[in-house]
Design a protein around this ligand. Sequence first.
Ligand SMILES: [Zn+2]
Length: 230
Amino acid sequence: MEWIFKLTNYLIGTCLASHAALICDRWDDGNFIFTRSRCSFCHTELCLLDELPIFSYFWLHGKCRYCHNFIPPKLVVIEIIGGFAFISFDFSKLLDILTAIFVFSLLLAAICDYDQMEFYLIMILPAVILALWQSPKIFSYQLFDFIQLIPVLITLIYYSLTKKLGFGDFLIYLTLALYFNPEFANHVFLFGALFSLTHFLLDETLRSTTSAIAFVPDIFLGLIVQLLLR
Ligand SMILES: [Zn+2]
């Protein structure tokens, strides 16, 4: 029966991802807690049936029910991918709920970074607070943990100071290392770098540009892989 459990978590995850996309979309208005989603073209408030993650998109053939404009496929991609981030949690356990909050705040940063090439540090405040709460774990680290943590930390500080990487990326590494452990954070960043490299090789426009590329979405994909492998 484990697949029912996982499917339920996936569906919860798609709803959370859908809401994360809504929060990022309305971030500047600050109007995202009690309002319904609206079509970004005709601004009609969507009914509950139009808001079902993934399903509504395909049911409505990717178009708004009212004005028939195409809904950005980005939204359904966020729902499909975001759902996987929450599969492995047991929502009856407090620690897993807190980890889900941690993951949700990084999802906000990933979506915002994808849209705007930067994210608001306040988005990852829940992750930072949870990481600080778990930080006393550092006193039980073995030598191997420090060997895993310190070289990567120094490298990221160097890249952050030389503006090759955003300060936010460094902060995300630190929160992952403190909340989970340095090995987990290193694997997340390793997979994140592999996803970035893949994007870079597959996307010709990306290769021809000299401007910065958003790294947090790839870090988030790396996080999903690590959460599923845990
Ligand atoms: Zn519309």
